[in-house]
Design a protein around this ligand. Structure first.
Ligand SMILES: [Zn+2]
Length: 303
């Protein structure tokens, strides 16, 4: 075992959460829609509700499908269309502030998440992500000021206050780190929990898990701040990918099997183009970062 592998194995062992043991989420197979809903005599609001279903149809989404979901959410425009597309793929956020509605036509109860709560969550995640990224890139000092013995965090973009804390650190960099961590802790609270989960090698272990979709995003943000994870983009479609430093996905380049195949087809095409231009097998291999044997194999394929 190399030192790197040993380190990865150790982190895996110590990790509070092992991704493939994380719980998935259940979403409505028919999808969601924005509707105007009213509860008691409160004013009507726009809310995301499950599309009516003939019978309860639920779709279980595995934890592994949520790789990079934080970045996907943060990249959304604040429009009903963008939020809806996201919800149809990943489900509702699992907000605490939700209202109960009756589903048409069978009068089944369902929970609706309001537009206001979605935009609040989106703003918080986006700000916290920019804050954590600044801390990671050592520009966190632009986010904090000391005011009357307390450290206060401000968004440098609009100078809006995002949190404050009395703490004994003496410089901006440490204060930013602390305040960024507390912002994330606020997000994790109520959206994460502790469960006994069965282990692959037998027995049970106590694990921290995100309990809602929003909690999963705060979790990914926490991993980003503490350096357990980093983000890169799929080489083919540009979708965000979480790259763990814990030996899981350190070599992950593609978001899906489809993108991996597409990349391969592109390379084969490129190899054929280069051969038609008169390049030698060795030169083609060098240009496409692979071996001459692989190029030879690609070029003999009929398709
Ligand atoms: Zn992709």
């Amino acid at each position: 075992m190399s030192p790197k592998d040993r380190r990865a194995a150790k982190i895996l062992q110590d990790s509070l959460l092992i991704d493939d043991q994380a719980i998935g989420h259940v979403i409505n197979a028919k999808g969601y829609q924005w509707a105007t809903v009213q509860k008691d005599d409160r004013p009507a609001v726009r809310a995301l509700v499950p599309i009516e279903f003939a019978q309860s149809e639920e779709l279980r989404i595995e934890a592994s499908m949520y790789n990079g979901v934080l970045m996907k959410f943060a990249d959304l425009q604040q429009t009903e269309a963008d939020f809806l597309e996201f919800a149809n793929e990943f489900g509702p956020l699992g907000l605490r502030e939700r209202i109960e509605i009756l589903l048409f036509p069978e009068g089944r109860k369902a929970e609706a998440e309001t537009w206001g709560a979605w935009t609040d969550a989106h703003n918080q995640i986006r700000t916290a992500l920019r804050f954590a990224s600044a801390v990671r890139q050592s520009t966190g000092d632009q986010w904090v000021r000391e005011i009357k013995g307390q450290w206060v965090a401000f968004d440098p973009e609009d100078d809006k206050r995002i949190g404050r804390r009395r703490c004994s650190v003496t410089n901006e960099r440490h204060a930013a780190e602390k305040l960024s961590a507390w912002t994330i802790n606020d997000g994790l609270l109520g959206h994460t929990g502790v469960l006994l989960l069965s282990q692959k090698r037998g027995g049970y272990a106590l694990r921290g898990v995100p309990t809602t979709l929003l909690g999963r995003m705060w979790w990914q943000l926490a991993r980003l701040l503490c350096g357990e994870a980093n983000y890169s983009k799929c080489k083919v479609c540009g979708a965000p990918l979480e790259i763990g430093e814990d030996g899981f996905m350190t070599t992950k380049e593609f978001c899906s099997a489809a993108c991996r195949q597409k990349d391969h087809r592109n390379k084969v095409k490129e190899a054929k183009r280069l051969r038609d231009n008169g390049l030698s097998i060795n030169k083609i291999a060098k240009q496409l970062s692979t071996t001459p044997a692989a190029i030879q194999h690609w070029l003999t394929k009929t398709k």
